[in-house]
Write a protein that binds this ligand. Structure first.
Ligand SMILES: [Zn+2]
Length: 72
């Protein structure tokens, strides 16, 4: 279950020195949001990596979400 926070202007971003393009529609502007990956199951099984935040980039055109563990 993801809980979204942060809401900024749509912007271009680079991943590995390439401009990120939406894998669905090819648009190049995204909204950045953070999502908690913490779940009851992760806590129960003590899976530390699953308690991090993920960085979500939401396509400004079609709303497809590209997910990253690290900020881009
Ligand atoms: Zn898109």
């Amino acid at each position: 279950m993801a809980i979204f926070s942060e809401n900024k202007e749509a912007q271009q971003l680079k991943v590995k020195s390439k401009i990120l393009l939406c894998s669905v529609c090819g648009h190049d502007h995204f909204y950045h949001r953070k999502a908690q990956l913490n779940t009851r199951a992760a806590t129960l099984f003590n899976i530390d990596w699953a308690n991090k935040s993920a960085h979500c980039y939401v396509c400004a055109d079609c709303s497809h979400i590209e997910w990253f563990l690290e900020e881009q």
